[in-house]
Structure formats: C-alpha cells, structure tokens
Design a binder for this molecule. Structure first.
Ligand code: MG
Length: 304
C-alpha cells in the first residue's frame, strides 16, 4: 500500500534514480531499534539487527520475517566479506566478529594497544580483505543497547584491520562519533559519517570523504555533505557513485560531487540502508521499529 508522496525531487537527476510508480513498503514493525541491514544474494533475503532486543531478524521476500539469531550481544552494523561471511559489530562484547560457514565465530578485533574498544558500530570490508570499522561509544553510554561502562580508548576512532596479519591500526582519529562508512565504487574514496550531534547540539552531523592511497592510507577528509534534518547514521553507495544516506526525515540521495538530489520520506527515523534484491535495485531501510524497502532505478555498488 503506497504511503503517498514519498519522493522529493530536488535535482532533475533524481528522476533517473527513482521509479515513480514504486513506493515505500513496510515489512516488519516489531523492533526497538532497527539497524545494520545486509543482503544475502545467495539466500535471497535481508538480515538486520534489532539492537536492544539482542537479535538478528531476516526477511525473505514473499515469505515473511523470522528470527535469524538470538543472543547477539547488541549487534549493530553488519556486512559480508568477499567470501560471503557475515561480519558484525557487537556493542555488548565491544568487538567485531566474523561468522564462519560452520556457524562458529572468529573475533576480528576487540582491543587496540591492550585496551578494549568502545562499541564497534558499523563495518565495511575492502576488496583486499581489510576490515574497516567505526568505534563510537554509543554502546557503553547506557544499558539500553549495550553494557554501560567507561571508555578505555582515549577517543572514538575509525580502525583498519588486516585479518590475515592480525593487525589493527587507527585509520582516522579526528571524529566525535564516527558512524556509518562506505567506499566509492572504485574504492578510491572512503566516506565516513560523524553523528556527534546526537549528544551535542553543536556537534557534527556530516559525511566526510577521504582519499584512499594504494597502501590503504587515508588523506584529505573534506566535509562531503551536511545532513539536515537529523544526522547521518548508515549509508550506501550505488554503482554511479551516488550516496544514499539516513537522515532525520528519511533517506537522502547525494551525487558524488555532494549535491543533494532528492529524498525518500520514511515515517520513522532511519538508521541505515542497504541495496538488495537479485538486481541490487531494492533499497532496504531500517528505521526505528521497522524494516522498509523501496525499488529504485539505481544499483548498489557493494558486493556480494
Ligand atoms: Mg550506525
């Protein structure tokens, strides 16, 4: 059932990225805080986190929703690595884990320089296998989406892990609350959200863009887009380099030059998005209590 008037066209280019006869569909509304959507192309379903309820849920098109995993230790962001293994951020155990094909889990990162991480929030895997994740302190600020605790790190950083060598290093150290992150289609740019405004009215609510060197080093870090209203939590990039990000009034779409092209209004606060479906042209949206989707005329860049 169409909600009506979901698309707001700000730039003519947004007409070519949306399907005028498509609409925003709600698939499930029983979450406390929905986050971390990830598409399983091989299974044909989307999995996402219900953080306070400590579970992962799954929606299978034309079938319905079931519980994918329980006891998730307040899992937040999810992605898959190049082998298709699920990679997840756990607030509760303050770590990033990988789920192996046999169902066992491997810890990718849980500390830096001998001190526990804050509460890994969102994660992306580069084509070379390196794992990049953000580590704000949201998951240790209360007992709602983690376990209240003091920070051991002296800041909220973005980390790069080489699982093959077992190394972890700080990639970026000048964020207030780093949150979502995604590479451009050719991986020459890493976009990272700072949602610092969540706990400071004067804090940042923008996405920054870093140039990625051949050795994985980052440079630059210009402010790519200020998100209003609300803040950028998670976002994804399409094959043309457009950024589809969460915002206070729905999903905002930006061109690779940083122009706001249009909005998709969603009736709840959006936390994250991911492209899915057999042709990666369906945008899945996790928003507060619900999982939504909308077909678009863009194709998600992220594989698998
Ligand atoms: Mg997040």
């Amino acid at each position: 059932m169409p909600l009506g008037d979901e698309f707001e066209h700000i730039d003519r280019r947004f007409h070519d990225l949306t399907v005028p006869i498509a609409w925003v569909e709600r698939h499930f509304d029983g979450c406390r805080w929905a986050e971390g959507p990830v598409w399983f192309a091989d299974g044909g379903y989307v999995v996402w986190s219900d953080i306070p309820n400590e579970r992962l849920l799954r929606w299978i098109p034309n079938h319905g929703v079931d519980v994918f995993r329980t006891g998730t230790e307040f899992t937040n962001g999810n992605t898959r690595d190049r082998e298709g293994r699920l990679v997840s951020c756990q607030h509760g155990l303050r770590r990033v884990i990988r789920t192996e094909p046999d169902g066992s889990t491997t810890v990718i990162a849980d500390s830096h320089k001998g001190k526990r991480l804050n509460s890994p929030n969102d994660v992306v895997v580069k084509s070379d296998g390196s794992v990049w994740f953000t580590d704000p302190n949201y998951g240790i600020m209360s007992n709602y989406e983690g376990y209240k605790a003091e920070m051991e790190q002296d800041g909220c950083y973005v980390y790069r892990v080489d699982p093959a060598r077992g190394t972890i290093e700080i990639a970026v150290d000048d964020f207030v609350k780093p949150n979502g992150l995604a590479f451009s289609p050719d991986e020459s740019i890493l976009y990272i959200a700072d949602s610092g405004v969540s706990h400071d009215p004067d804090g940042p609510h923008h996405i920054r863009a870093f140039d990625v060197g051949k050795d994985g080093s980052l440079s630059g870090g210009r402010v790519f887009a200020e998100i209003n209203p609300g803040l950028p939590d998670g976002f994804r990039v399409d094959t043309d380099g457009n950024i589809w990000t969460s915002a206070g009034d729905g999903v905002h779409c930006y061109s690779s030059e940083g122009a706001l092209l249009g909005k998709i209004r969603v009736p709840e606060m959006v936390a994250n998005v991911t492209f899915g479906g057999p042709r990666r042209n369906r945008l899945f949206i996790t928003a507060t209590t619900s999982l939504y989707s909308v077909f678009v005329a863009a194709t998600g860049a992220q594989r698998p």
